[in-house]
Design a protein around this ligand. Sequence first.
Ligand code: UD1
Length: 478
Amino acid sequence: MGTTGLKEKIVLFRELFFGRFSLALRVLLAHSAVKCFLESSTWNDMDKLVIRGGTPLLGTVRISGAKNAALPCMAAALLTEDTVILENIPQVRDIETTRRLLSAMGAEVELGYGRAHHRTTIQTRNLAAPEASYELVKTMRASTLVLGPLLARCGRARVSLPGGCAIGARPIDLHIKGLERLGAKITQDHGYVEATADRLRGAEIVFDKITVTGTEDLLMAAALAEGETLMQNCACEPEVADLADLLNKMGAHIEGAGSSTIRVQGVTRLSGTKHRIIPDRIEAGTFIIAAALTGGDVKVTNCDPEHLTAIVQKLQEAGVKTSHNADSIRVMGDNPLKAADVNTEEYPGFPTDMQAQYMVVATQAQGTSIVTENIFENRFMHAQELVRMGANIRIEGRRAIVRGKTPLSAAAVLASDLRASASLVLAALVADGETIIDRVYHIDRGYEHIEEKLKGIGAEIRRIGEMFPKKAAAPNRG
Ligand code: UD1
């Protein structure tokens, strides 16, 4: 349950039980109290965001821990029977899904937020059921990250194949090929990957294509394999390096994580440890764009500017003024925006997870920007919603041609995936009028309390829910 509307809830319930009202008024108050209760739920599947655009954002916003680093680190806790304590875990829906996933296997997972410093404690004494069911994998593709750890720890794993998702096919063939190189026997049956191995053996693995979770999955498996594993053409994302940091604290011997070649000397046992998750560079990038778009002045704190180089450089090219120190970036959005082309690439290039948000910048920049998506084949779903708000965007295969500057006008829009929903929030912040964004459960997968953070820097945003929410809507992949 979120804190949104907590005060209203307390007042309503107090009035309801202790106020001197007639029966009719009491019934009316009860109705409002239930409505208020439901509306303040953080992860109501039927929630919508209502945003009135046009206010420059001013102030300071604190960035949460990186969801994409937290997910593999939680999976890594399966590699030991000792307790792993993870700090700076973001309070987002994908983390709750991972808690359910690990708990279903027999792990004890305690999520603590707020005063508990966003600390999660995981202990897996026994892995009674080394299995990731379709029910969980279909809602969060990253569930496949448990394949490597389960195989390394118990010698067997049964993990549902993720299938397609909103942004493309996203197979896991490279995870499977790599695990086979380490000696696993893998079959596919009834939509599940079934893997067995006596003990994994170190090997040389060259990834055919750069894959982030593939690199992470193999890294966790290799940590407990016998002998040396040499991995080449690895993903260099900071989230991979963060996972390696955690594994090394647990007793692994990993060198080179964060570069394209990683060397792992396998060990027989890993132990418990405490680790702090790195800040979320995508959340930081999203707030930097929010400030720039609205012509605001915002200090984005608790971030790592080094991880944001490609994003900040591209925004500077588009006319955004920024300055930074060790762990914060200040954005001064008083310059007019100008067109700048962008190509998504693996780290340290411009991240695909910022492409949708950048497209909103392109709609507000003078001139024509070409946005090229090189990582996923179908990641322009947000474009059609932006066009409904007045943007001039033409899609040609992997390229989006955006002509600006076009004024955006408020509309009812539909979020299709996590980052697409962030782009709609950004568009709404500069649109004329009140935009209603439906299916915001996508945004709750990866942004912690987005409306509270935006409200804190002056945005006019509120969350509304259905009085009697129906059962969960379409699967929220991404
Ligand atoms: C991760 C991120 C996601 C980000 C993406 C690219 C997490 C939890 N998610 O996703 O937010 O958008 O990196 O930066 O960290 N591929 C294959 N075979 C495989 C694996 C991948 O062909 O076995 C392809 C994919 O279809 C895609 C490309 O490789 O075209 C990159 O995908 P990958 O890096 O694996 O993305 P994820 O790790 O799923």
